[in-house]
Design a protein around this ligand. Structure first.
Ligand SMILES: [Zn+2]
Length: 309
């Protein structure tokens, strides 16, 4: 069902129902929020027709942050959208215009082969098509306001986008990860994401509080889809951020810090999934969360190393 003109597009990155982009339609004009990778571009373009739009009817591409599963396809997509401008956080915009550092950073996390396979060649966005949006920037989509707020904690180049019409946030990665495979009678299962290299636990908790201060009715997560019951989910996230920090501190200085953190994070999330009555067994939950657990452990590691300096 399409509510408030918000279309959910599965970018098909990694697997189905893992990575979403959104198309907001107002009065015959469109705005994409996040865009997946180069490989997602045909899917985003294919979503326009059913929404009643042509590529020339898209005014905006808004990226929450520059991690490649959110913005890797920005340059390739912008080539297909003749009238669109790209809206980005002040710390994100330079990397979209000149992606060299972005590619180097992602290669350090994921390795060269994975970068080439998953993302292809990252296309720069011409600087004159980029709107650098500071905290509080308002995007006008046919009179429908989309408000950009600076929400560090997952990354320092992260905006969340408030849509007053739906009273929902597009949260990128600030409001964690919630996969529909793990929904139960208790609702959505959620966990934070601490992907390297800018995880900041206190900033993340403050950003979550800032999102909640708007009294949202729902959150559109990139991974994956809309969730309601935001007060309960925010409490779940805060508890787990604290638990993850404790795990990092406990494992710091151990012989194989990374593997110890992977084991402890796995135990944390599996225990919570069991308490949540998730419909999958432990192996099934682990399969869904495997990649995120690895990234969360890496991100905790870089936070511990940064904290020490
Ligand atoms: Zn991210």
């Amino acid at each position: 069902m399409i509510e408030h003109g918000i279309h959910t597009i599965d970018t098909a990155f990694q697997r189905d129902h893992f990575d979403a982009a959104y198309l907001v339609v107002e009065n015959g004009r469109g705005a994409f929020v996040d865009c997946g990778t180069n490989h997602s571009v045909p899917r985003l373009l294919a979503a326009l027709g059913p929404a009643g739009l042509a590529p020339a009817d898209v005014d905006w591409l808004v990226v929450t942050h520059v991690h490649l599963d959110h913005a890797g396809g920005a340059g390739a997509l912008m080539k297909e959208l003749p009238n669109a401008r790209l809206v980005a956080h002040p710390r994100a915009a330079p990397h979209l215009v000149d992606p060299a550092k972005l590619i180097a950073g992602a290669t350090a996390v994921y390795g060269e082969e994975e970068i080439r396979r998953s993302y292809g060649d990252i296309v720069p966005v011409p600087a004159d098509r980029v709107v650098v949006a500071a905290d509080g920037h308002r995007i006008d989509l046919q009179g429908r306001e989309l408000l950009c707020l600076d929400t560090p904690g997952h990354a320092r180049h992260h905006h969340c986008i408030w849509d007053q019409r739906s009273r929902c946030w597009f949260t990128g990665d600030t409001f964690g990860l919630s996969y529909r495979e793990l929904d139960s009678a208790q609702g959505a299962f959620i966990l934070p994401t601490s992907t390297p290299v800018q995880f900041e636990p206190e900033a993340l908790k403050a950003s979550i509080s800032r999102l909640l201060s708007y009294r949202p009715e729902g959150m559109y997560l990139t991974h994956y889809g809309r969730v309601g019951n935001v007060g309960k989910l925010a409490a779940d996230l805060r508890e787990q951020i604290d638990a993850m920090v404790a795990i990092g501190r406990d494992c710091d200085g151990s012989g194989d810090r990374h593997q110890d953190m992977v084991a402890a994070l796995t135990a944390l999330y599996l225990g919570r999934a069991r308490a949540h009555d998730c419909p999958l067994d432990d192996a099934g939950v682990e399969a869904v969360l495997h990649m995120d657990i690895e990234l969360n452990a890496q991100g905790l590691g870089s936070w511990l190393d940064r904290d020490r300096r």
